[in-house]
Design a protein around this ligand. Sequence first.
Ligand SMILES: *Cc1c(COP(=O)(O)O)cnc(C)c1O
Length: 426
Amino acid sequence: MIENNFQNSLEYANEMDGIDPLKNYRQEFYIPLQKNGEPYVYLCGNSLGLQPKITESYILQELKDWGELGVEGHLHAKNPWLPYHEFLTEKMARVVGAKPIEVVVMNTLSVNLHLMMASFYRPDKKRFKIVMESDAFPSDRYAIESQIKYHGNDIKDGLLELKPRDGEELIRIEDIELLIEKEGENIALILLGGVNYYTGQVFDMKHIAKLGHDKDCVVGFDLAHGAGNLELNLHDDNIDFAVWCTYKYLNSGPGSVGGCFIHERHANNFDLPRFAGWWGHNKETRFGMRDVFDPIPGAEGWQLSNPPILSLAAIKASLDMFDKVGMKKLNEKSRLLTGYLEYLLDNIKTDRLRIITPRDISQRGCQISIQVLNADKSLFDNITEAGVIADWREPDVIRVAPVPIYNSFADVYRFVEILKKCLGDL
Ligand SMILES: *Cc1c(COP(=O)(O)O)cnc(C)c1O
């Protein structure tokens, strides 16, 4: 619980919005409208972030340059396409707490997950297991299982799942400690979501990296729900690699290109096996076309293809905004905003709702997952009908994510009022 004098009224929510130092950012986004012309209460930035109004001009710039310059745009566009990804690197590195050499924007999340496993999952006869969460996002499970099979092992031998204890939803750190202690010598890779997509639980990445490294395991994180949500310190936390997408908290548009972190200590390790492509090759000789593959040091050396510039333009627009605000301020507001949501939910007089996200603010980001007891999806359908965009995860969870860059305290208040009304109708 966050210490505050929260009050359960719209006046109070409006007052909080009035003194919010980030309040002006809301109007920099398009908020989807209901049929009646009223804006939705949009709490789904953990699934698809809203569109910044400036994004259009960034994309139009590239369309214009393409139209006017054709292939010459690679070198002569206002933002030349050849090095375009480099324009994103420093800002993205600040978002995740990394050094520029450790970060590259490329491909999409699941693809990057495979590329990272190609380099960092190196099973041998003794050490071949991968640790993951039992309720990981399906794509992560498919990627991990297919990697285990690709190396000729059985999933039942190769996969170690971290499960919450019976009757619990969250994974206990002591269970992670125990598993690594017991199985460490057989574990090749520990690969967890930095924020669990379902419960919103945040793992202590630094601690897990230390536990893993003490047993010589590689430690990677999927930060789909972490990047742009938490104040991350990937470099200092000593993570080996991480991957994330940019269309959730980073507001860069559906299916936009993802981010990848590879710790500096691997930057010059050219002995690591990797799946290579020309965009990862030494920039001086890339167009010589005949050279033996000569990887760029650092994360850039893992690039395969020349990237989709229109998508990178949308990421550039978003990162320019993130860089102006900074993760520190976003995080300060986020804790208040989500704390307010928690406070209002706790004030609903019902035994139908249960928050499964950790109460400890160091173990969550902005998302709150609400379990709806003894009810079906109709409650969720009713709040949608009443103007809330959230999301439903089977069997019984509503996920809501008040996002500090565009959500308001009034949004949170309106959501809870609608939820209360719909609960009464059940
Ligand atoms: C959103 C999400 C994905 C999506 O993967 P894509 O390759 O971008 O489609 C994967 N893993 C997690 C944990 C996610 O939250």
